[in-house]
Design a protein around this ligand. Structure first.
Ligand code: 5HM
Length: 320
């Protein structure tokens, strides 16, 4: 049990470095591995490790979570934030295993997510509210480049709080773990708000937790870093499908460099501070991608200290 993902992440990396169970290799990669790793986060809002050796991409983290919530699979959107994902697509257009959104949130109103939320509204004590992700047909084609790593996500309401458990067959402790915990805890927060209950714990269960050989040195550096005193984060508001649509419209404008973020418009201010922060991160990334020079002071000043720190760690030459 950990209060923050920062602490859990350092602990998992430490375990993999200090007492790996196996040296395994598969599909051209060698890794240190431990089977059956789990941890529980008591505050799933503390979902980012503040580590200079890891430099989490907070822009990608939010983009991926929204890509899931919007039920999308397109490479156009997610490839802009993480070009390395393009290599996973079999057809150059969409992702399959990595795109959890269509499996969880589509079609809107009749998705797995809608069904588990309805189930918990009618039977809050249920043990059935589970969304499945990996599918039996994913192993039919042995050359499939992208098989889902997550088996499923379960929600349980206990003592009026929503507890979430994610089950993964395999998890890359350096890259994948940071992104997966971010998205699943964000989905947990979004779901607790939709159900009108408190946000409970988040438990992450992984069959094969592994650290690729090429990441061992950086992982050792991350474990050795002292813990920063991180300022509190802004909490998410209950988020309607209309708000999600507005966010996705602005995400597209910024990604296509069609217009800069207009903080003065009422459409933006109605989203509230949490989602405005996310659009500010996308605006900062628009400037990094489509312009030279530093991110504007106007944008940096509006961001929380935590977001400023993460941008500066990731794009040091763009933050004065
Ligand atoms: O050979 P395999 O299909 O397991 O290779 C995919 C690897 O990507 C996983 O083992 C895991 O290391 C990583 N991964 C992850 O950590 C992939 C995804 C995509 O579903 C993910 N987290 N979400």
């Amino acid at each position: 049990r950990f209060d923050t993902f920062h602490a859990a992440y350092q602990s998992v990396l430490h375990q993999l470095l200090a007492e790996p169970q196996y040296a395994s290799s598969s599909r051209g990669k060698s890794s240190s591995e431990i089977l059956g790793v789990s941890f529980t986060l008591t505050d799933p809002r503390q979902r980012t490790p503040y580590l200079t050796a890891r430099r989490p991409n907070i822009v990608f983290n939010h983009a991926e979570a929204l890509w899931y919530l919007a039920g999308r699979a397109d490479l156009d959107m997610i490839g802009y934030y993480a070009p390395r994902l393009r290599a996973l697509s079999a057809d150059g257009q969409a992702l399959t295993g990595t795109a959890y959104g269509p499996r969880l949130f589509s079609p809107r109103g009749r998705s797995q997510w809608d069904r588990v939320v309805d189930l918990l509204r009618s039977d809050p004590g249920s043990k059935r509210a589970t969304m499945l992700i990996m599918r039996p047909d994913e192993l039919v084609n042995p050359a499939n480049p992208d098989v889902a790593c997550t088996l499923g996500v379960q929600f349980l309401i206990r003592d009026n709080a929503l507890h979430t458990v994610a089950f993964m067959r395999g998890n890359d402790a350096w890259i994948g773990l940071v992104c997966d915990v971010f998205s699943f805890t964000l989905i947990a927060e979004y779901t607790a708000l939709a159900l009108g209950v408190d946000l409970g714990t988040y438990t992450h269960l992984v069959s094969s937790m592994h650290l690729n050989v090429q990441d061992l040195d950086r992982a050792a550096a991350a474990v050795a870093e002292p813990t920063l005193a991180v300022p509190p984060t802004v909490a998410m508001p209950r988020t309607s499908p209309q708000v999600l649509d507005t966010l996705m419209t602005w995400e597209r404008h910024l990604r296509h460099n069609e217009r800069p973020l207009n903080l003065g418009s009422s459409e933006i201010s109605h989203l509230g501070p949490y989602w405005v922060q996310v659009l500010l991160l996308f605006e900062a990334y628009r400037q990094v991608t489509h312009h030279d020079g530093p991110i504007s002071g106007r944008v940096l000043r509006e961001l929380t200290p935590a977001h400023q720190w993460l941008l500066a760690a990731r794009w040091p030459d763009r933050v004065p």
